[in-house]
Design a protein around this ligand. Structure first.
Ligand SMILES: Nc1nc2c(c(=O)[nH]1)N[C@H]1C(S)=C(S)[C@@H](COP(=O)(O)O)O[C@H]1N2
Ligand SMILES: [Mo]
Length: 420
């Protein structure tokens, strides 16, 4: 590759072979002076930006909102011209919640003052955020895609309705075919929406993905993005925000035995690989790693031969406990972000980058994913099992620290192959 990225990619390959040499020698890369594996060419890193059509889609509703067209799409208020978002107070009270929430100036369809797209984008001209986010479903084994979202912090929108009283949570939902049974909704605490800590990432109302209008399929014209959360908080086709004095999460996912406050996991994923390699052929294995709430220290892998007749290895059994894990190579930060980010977007204005230097404040960027790789050579003929796992900044290896399934899938992946 002739672009400046060629350098990055070569650096990526080089460190990959170091990790492989270390694995062969059962030492850390720093302590290893073994020669680099010759010939094993790790695949090019995954693109940092997933083409919007390539996301794995998770959309409820019949018909799915993104299949609407023409007049039906306009009726649904899902075109740039017809899109509106209401911001209202929830009248909810019950035995415990005596006083309902109130706002000074609700924005409603009935009053013809609901938020429209030009107003949202004008707010963005004054204060917009950009954020590179991996979308990961709490219930699906691998991330769905990654993109650079642009929008207005939710707190700026909530200011539009004037002083509020008795507000503990923010509820929101998207278009649902005007059928209450199809509502897919989510929520944030008032604090999460309004009081972004310094250096942290605000939930925001997005109107662009990778510098373009958000495609209908990805939840456009307007989608809520919650940087730290699994996909179910990032509501597509956003149309209603309701502030409430209810102190409970209303999330659709909470009704399906999921933890509605779970954050993205630090986790490694293995790319598909062939089931067979010929003996003597250098082998390069690769995958993605997502830097979740607890950050990423390293990705490590464990390759072992499966002797005929031995019992399958299970997570945390004696063989697993005795495994020797070896660090994998991580994709380096791009030297030229302009090759990845849309024209006109400076890294200085992207959340997670240092405002002064334009360099990532952490690598990988929090809540985004990058590629890892490991290379092997001279594997003896036989059957092998390969695992990769992420270790977070607290020293917890995947699937810890929260192996509770319903706080998000986070299994250590395993792939089997044969060398013959
Ligand atoms: N309105 C609406 N928003 C939604 C959903 C939905 O069904 N309807 N699915 C959610 C879930 S569970 C996930 S994992 C993500 C998936 O995002 P994607 O389809 O862009 O990959 O969207 C979320 N936002
Ligand atoms: Mo999901």
């Amino acid at each position: 590759m002739q672009t400046p990225e060629g350098l990055t990619r070569r650096a990526f390959f080089r460190s990959a072979t170091v990790a492989a040499a270390a694995l062969a020698a059962h030492t850390t890369p720093a302590a290893s002076s073994a020669p680099a594996a010759k010939g094993a060419t790790p695949p090019a890193p995954h693109p940092l930006i997933t083409p919007p059509d390539d996301y794995y889609d998770v959309s409820r509703g019949t018909p799915k909102p993104h299949t609407l067209a023409g007049e039906a799409l306009r009726q649904a208020r899902l075109t740039p011209e017809t899109w509106r978002c209401e911001i209202v107070a929830d009248p909810f009270t019950n035995d415990l919640v005596k006083e309902p929430a109130s706002v000074t100036r609700p924005l409603t369809l009935a009053d013809d003052n609901a938020l429209d797209l030009p107003t949202l984008m004008a707010l963005g001209d004054r204060n917009r955020v950009h954020f590179l986010k991996a979308i990961q479903c709490l219930n699906i084994a691998a991330p769905l895609g990654q993109g650079l979202w642009e929008g207005v912090p939710l707190r700026d929108l909530l200011r539009l309705v004037g002083p509020m009283r008795n507000v503990r949570r923010i509820y929101y939902w998207g278009f649902h075919n005007n059928d209450p049974k199809q509502v897919f909704q989510s929520s944030l605490s008032y604090t999460e929406a309004m009081e972004t800590p310094p250096g942290d990432f605000p939930p925001f109302v997005a109107y662009k993905l990778n510098g373009q209008p958000i495609p209908l399929k990805r939840g456009g014209p307007v989608r809520l993005i919650v940087p730290w959360a699994h996909g179910f908080k990032s509501i597509k086709w956003l149309q209603r925000i309701s502030v409430t004095n209810d102190f409970k999460a209303n999330d659709t996912y909470a009704n399906q035995n999921n933890d509605p406050e779970s954050h993205l996991k630090t986790a490694a994923y293995i790319d598909p690989l062939p089931g067979w390699f010929s003996a003597g052929q250098p082998i390069a294995l690769s995958g993605l790693v997502l830097a979740g709430y607890s950050g990423l220290q390293r990705v490590e892998c464990w390759l072992h031969r499966v002797e005929p007749g031995t019992a399958p290895v299970a997570q945390d059994d004696a063989t697993y406990q005795a495994a020797s894990w070896t660090p994998c190579a991580l994709e380096a930060p791009p030297s030229h972000w302009s090759l990845h980010f849309p024209a006109g977007v400076s890294t200085r204005e992207v959340l997670g980058f240092d405002r002064k230097t334009g360099q990532p404040a952490a690598w990988p960027l929090r809540y985004s994913m990058i590629s890892w790789s490991a290379a092997f050579q001279d594997l003896k003929p036989g059957r092998y099992e390969f695992r990769a796992r992420a270790v977070d900044l607290n020293g917890f290896a995947q699937p810890e620290p929260r192996p509770v399934l319903k706080s998000g899938k986070n299994a250590v992946e395993v792939r089997r192959f044969e060398v013959g």
